[in-house]
Design a protein around this ligand. Structure first.
Ligand SMILES: C[S@@+](CC[C@H](N)C(=O)[O-])C[C@H]1O[C@@H](n2cnc3c(N)ncnc32)[C@H](O)[C@@H]1O
Length: 400
């Protein structure tokens, strides 16, 4: 459930190019070979991993444009600097409490949030000592470098691109906006025959189709726990996703944070709502040129594939990794609690046109029908004594 720029009709409808078609064919062949090597069937998590991350081929590993009007979706930092201003306000309090530190951004997209955070924090007199970016996409890393060099000038020297999470312990802040939703998920079906793992098989060479297999005991146990957490009531044919990678991945990327906070932003729900019996089709969704599709096999390598985040699972992951769950709320309340109105006033100055433009952007970030309610923010903290800014207005931790 990413957010779209409306774009022009021609941007949205423009035909797939020959280069894209060739790329898609290579991705298909690569995944089909993997299916054959596995004996004719792979789990959906394996398919999603290959379609998004296969080296040189996957949606995130290869050259798809992804963000912005010429891409497939837009994000909060792309919509407005107000997002970065509010995140900087929350981050400044953390850096002030620990006497300064570094920032690690995971999945930095175009680099816009990095630019905003560095500028706003510098202006507040609490500049991060280093700004690390950890991003799987070589194409986006190049775009980030070019963008940040143009925007920050010499200050870009503080930015460093990492190939793996920092090995040495550090103090500071970790930020990730819309990254968790791309972690490969297991897809399952609750059926009269028992729990089934929904995977992928090939038909006519490299055409992919859903195919069900009896679930292994680990998946059966996980599904039963998810169903119980949501109050039961699943009936024959109920389908959804489960993300076993969330916990190990989140632990790995946050392991080196000695003192400070992690801010996770994404669309999602607490487990009891995510797995309600009424949500019979799960939350899997694909994004291509600012439109949403439900068929992950239609354009492998060309389209983004995402699933909503189970924020209860994220809280459990934080707990298991030794963090305190310091806050959980909606994006709208987080932004309000971090002074979005005041930032709007400061950025607009006395220019009424600018004020109107920013007010429109703020609406997109905060309205329930846009990003305000569906997008949530969770904070993990370690070694902090002060409360994190932006979570007191509407503390939703009791829903986890
Ligand atoms: C939906 S975009 C969001 C970009 C940016 N945070 C924003 O809000 O505009 C997802 C970003 O995460 C990166 N990414 C996806 N999976 C990742 C992973 N496992 N580790 C690190 N970065 C990842 C992508 O390359 C991309 O930069």
């Amino acid at each position: 459930m990413r957010i779209y720029d409306t774009g022009t009709p021609s941007q949205r409808e423009s035909a797939i190019t020959d280069i894209e078609r060739d790329h898609e064919a290579r991705v298909r062949a690569h995944i089909a070979a993997d299916v054959r090597a596995a004996g004719g069937w792979i789990g959906f998590d394996r398919f999603m991993d290959l379609a998004l991350y296969a080296p040189g081929l996957g949606y995130y590993s290869a050259g798809a444009r992804k963000l912005g009007p010429g891409g497939d979706f837009t994000t909060a930092p792309e919509i407005s600097r107000l997002f970065g201003a509010a995140v900087a306000q929350a981050g400044a309090a953390v850096l002030e409490e620990i006497g300064g530190g570094a920032i690690l951004e995971i999945g930095a997209g175009s680099g816009r949030l990095a630019g905003d955070l560095i500028e706003f924090l510098d202006a507040r007199g609490i500049a991060p000592s280093r700004y690390w970016i950890l991003d799987v996409s070589a194409e986006l890393r190049d775009r980030q470098r070019e963008y940040l060099r143009g925007r920050l000038g010499d200050r870009v020297e503080r930015v460093e691109w990492l190939d793996a999470p920092p090995a040495a312990a550090f103090d500071g802040l970790i930020v990730a906006n819309e990254v968790l939703d791309a972690l490969p998920v297991v897809r399952f079906r609750w059926s009269r025959r028992g729990v089934e793992a929904l995977g992928v098989e090939c038909r006519d060479g490299d055409r992919f189709a859903w195919s069900a297999r009896p679930a292994d005991p680990v998946l059966v146990t996980a599904c039963e726990a998810l169903r119980d957490a949501a109050g039961g009531g699943w009936t024959d044919g109920y389908e959804s996703e489960w993300c076993p990678r969330l916990r190990p991945w989140a632990a790995e990327v946050t392991r080196s944070l000695r003192t400070g906070a992690v801010l996770w932003f994404d669309y999602g729900l607490p487990r009891a709502h995510y797995y309600l019996a009424e949500r019979r089709q799960g939350t899997l969704i694909c994004h291509y040129r600012h439109r949403a599709f439900d068929d992950p096999f239609a354009r492998p390598g060309l389209e983004d594939i995402t699933a909503w985040v189970d924020f209860t699972a994220l809280a459990e992951a934080g707990d298991a990794a030794g963090f305190e769950i310091a806050g959980y709320t909606t994006q709208a309340y987080f932004l309000a609690g971090n002074g979005i109105d005041a930032h709007l006033g400061e950025l607009a100055g006395s220019d009424p046109l600018q004020a109107a433009r920013l007010a429109n952007e703020a609406r997109r970030l905060m309205m329930p029908g846009e990003m305000g309610e569906r997008f949530k923010v969770m904070a993990w903290s370690r070694g902090l004594t002060g409360a994190l800014g932006g979570f007191a207005l509407r503390d939703l931790r009791h829903t986890l």
